[in-house]
Ligand binder design. Structure first.
Ligand SMILES: NC(=O)c1ccc[n+]([C@@H]2O[C@H](COP(=O)([O-])OP(=O)(O)OC[C@H]3O[C@@H](n4cnc5c(N)ncnc54)[C@H](O)[C@@H]3O)[C@@H](O)[C@H]2O)c1
Length: 247
C-alpha cells in the first residue's frame, strides 16, 4: 500500500483518480479547496481515504499538507496534481484577475505541490511518482470551437498558457528528480465531461473516438503512471483525448 495525495479530488477527474488509486490498494489523501472534499472521501472509503481542505496556491498550506501526510503515514509516495480552474474569455476580454486565477492555480499551485513533495520527502525516500494533469489545450493553444461572434467556449489564453507551463515544468522536474528514483509525468486530457466542461461546445464528431471522455478514462492513465513498474517513463505527455491531438 502506497500513500497518495490527489488534489482537486472533491469532484470530477480528481475524484475519479482518487477512486482508482484506492481500488489499486493505496491510501489516498483527497485535497480540495472545497469543503465537499470531506463527503467525497467518506463516500469513497472510511478506512483508506482522508480529506484535507487546502488551497494549493498557498505555500504554507501545501507544506503543512505534506508534513501531515508524512507524519501520519510515514511516506509521500504518489502525488497527483489535478486541481485546476479554466476561464474561457476571449483574448480581448481576458482580465488580469482571470489571467492570475488560472496561472496561480494551474501552474503555481502545481509547482508548489511538486516542490513540497520532493523536498524533503520523495528525495529522502529515494522514490516517488508525480502525475500532473495538464491539458491538450496546453499543446495546441486551447480547444473547443470559436464562432464568428466570439462565442463557442474555446479554453482561454490564460488556461492554455498555464497548461503549457505545466507540461514544460513536468519535463524540467523529470530531468532533476530521476536520479532520486522519482518520475514526473503529465496527463493531457481532451474533452472530459465534468462540471468544468458541462454546457460548453466541443466538436466531438471531429474526434476519432466520437464521444466525451470520462473522468475514469483519465484516472486509468494516472494509475498507470503511478505504478512502481512505470519507473522508466518520465517527462512524458500521455494524451487521453480520443485522438484529438496526435503528436
Ligand atoms: N474536464 C476537461 O475536459 C479537462 C480537460 C483537460 C484538462 N482538464 C484538467 O483536469 C483537472 C480537473 O478538471 P475537472 O474537469 O475535474 O474540473 P472540476 O472543476 O470538476 O474540478 C476541479 C477541482 O479543483 C478544485 N480546486 C480549484 N482550485 C483549487 C485550489 N486552489 N486548491 C485546491 N483545489 C482547487 C475545485 O474545487 C474542484 O473540486 C483540471 O486541472 C483541468 O484543467 C480537464
Amino acid at each position: 500500500m502506497k500513500n497518495a495525495v490527489v488534489t482537486g479530488a472533491a469532484r470530477g477527474i480528481g475524484y475519479a483518480a482518487a477512486e482508482k488509486l484506492l481500488a489499486a490498494g493505496h491510501r489516498v489523501v483527497l485535497v480540495d479547496l472545497s469543503d465537499r472534499v470531506e463527503e467525497s472521501a467518506r463516500v469513497l472509503s472510511r478506512d483508506h481515504a482522508r480529506a484535507v481542505q487546502a488551497d494549493i496556491r498557498d505555500q504554507a498550506q501545501v507544506k503543512a499538507l505534506m508534513q501531515r501526510v508524512a507524519d501520519e503515514f510515514g511516506t509521500v509516495d504518489i502525488v497527483v496534481n489535478v486541481a485546476g480552474t479554466a476561464h474561457r474569455d476571449s483574448f480581448e476580454e481576458t482580465t488580469l484577475e482571470h489571467w492570475y486565477a488560472d496561472v496561480d492555480t494551474n501552474m503555481t499551485g502545481t509547482f508548489l505541490m511538486c516542490q513540497a513533495a520532493v523536498f524533503p520527502y520523495m528525495k529522502r525516500q529515494g522514490s516517488g511518482r508525480i502525475v500532473n494533469i495538464a491539458s491538450v489545450s496546453g499543446k495546441v493553444g486551447g480547444i473547443g470551437p470559436v464562432y464568428d461572434d466570439g462565442s463557442g467556449g474555446r479554453t482561454g489564453i490564460a488556461y492554455a498558457a498555464s497548461k503549457a507551463g505545466v507540461i514544460n515544468m513536468t519535463r524540467w522536474i523529470a530531468k532533476e528528480v530521476g536520479k532520486w528514483g522519482i518520475t514526473c509525468n503529465a496527463v493531457l486530457p481532451g474533452p472530459i465531461l465534468t462540471d468544468m466542461t458541462k454546457g460548453h461546445a466541443y466538436d466531438l464528431s471531429a474526434l476519432p473516438v466520437k464521444r466525451w471522455g470520462t473522468p475514469q478514462d483519465v484516472a486509468e492513465a494516472v494509475e498507470f503512471l503511478s505504478r512502481d513498474s512505470s519507473s522508466f517513463i518520465t517527462g512524458t505527455c500521455l494524451h487521453v483525448d480520443g485522438g484529438l491531438v496526435m503528436a
